[in-house]
Design a protein around this ligand. Structure first.
Ligand SMILES: C[S@@+](CC[C@H](N)C(=O)[O-])C[C@H]1O[C@@H](n2cnc3c(N)ncnc32)[C@H](O)[C@@H]1O
Length: 202
């Protein structure tokens, strides 16, 4: 068996929360939660959870959070935060999901997955009927956000919302809506808007 090569995220994990981008993204959870109805008994899947930007503020509001990420180092930082109802799951999203969820949330992870249609199908399959998605990512950009796109595993330069909506509907999701959630100020002097995409399984 070969040991997988460390990813950009494995290398960046220890300082992830201190990055200026992460500090700006800290505004996302409260805004996302304002548009995601959750019950105390819910089980939420955080896709590309990283060090827990979404998982940590969601955990006190629900019964269980599964924080899924390929990067062991990112999840190690999250585990050290010591939340009893956050279960970390180190695997690829396409390796099969062990549970059924009342909501799937994600922040800045969609653009790292090449096959967006398959990703949305995986989310839909993992949701209980009536379960919700709340997904945050970049609107379509010109590739300047990450700059070194290959090294950072970037598969999409953000998303066109019409195309994303069509894929979500093909996956069996409905009531798809987009709202502006944050403008990220980049050190290159530009601002990059992020969307929140919400919807539910029919
Ligand atoms: C930009 S980071 C976002 C982390 C966190 N959500 C945040 O906003 O701080 C994207 C994360 O998605 C994870 N990721 C990317 N593709 C993945 C896949 N196919 N399966 C599981 N995790 C994946 C990466 O390991 C990385 O930790």
């Amino acid at each position: 068996m070969t040991t997988p090569a460390p990813t950009h995220f494995d290398t960046a994990a220890r300082d992830w929360d201190q990055r200026p981008m992460s500090q700006q993204l800290a505004a996302v959870p409260e805004r996302l939660l304002a548009q995601l109805p959750l019950q105390a008994s819910d089980h939420v899947l955080d896709f590309g959870a990283g060090t827990g930007l979404l998982s940590v503020p969601i955990a006190p509001k629900v019964a269980q959070v599964t924080a899924l990420d390929m990067s062991a180092a990112m999840l190690q930082v999250l585990n050290e935060k010591g939340f009893a109802n956050i279960t970390t799951l180190q695997q690829d999203i396409f390796a099969g999901l062990p549970g059924r969820y009342h909501a799937v949330v994600s922040c800045m992870a969609l653009h790292h997955v090449a096959d967006t249609a398959a990703l949305l199908r995986a989310f839909a399959a993992a949701l209980h009927p009536g379960g919700r998605i709340a997904l945050v990512d970049l609107y379509q950009e010109d590739g300047s956000f990450h700059g070194d796109n290959d090294a950072k595993g970037v598969q999409h330069f953000g998303f066109a919302t019409e195309a994303l909506q069509a894929l979500a509907e093909q996956a069996g999701l409905t009531d798809i809506a987009f709202s502006d959630i944050l403008r990220l100020q980049h050190r290159n002097g530009r601002a990059y808007p992020l969307f929140l995409m919400t919807g539910r399984k029919a």
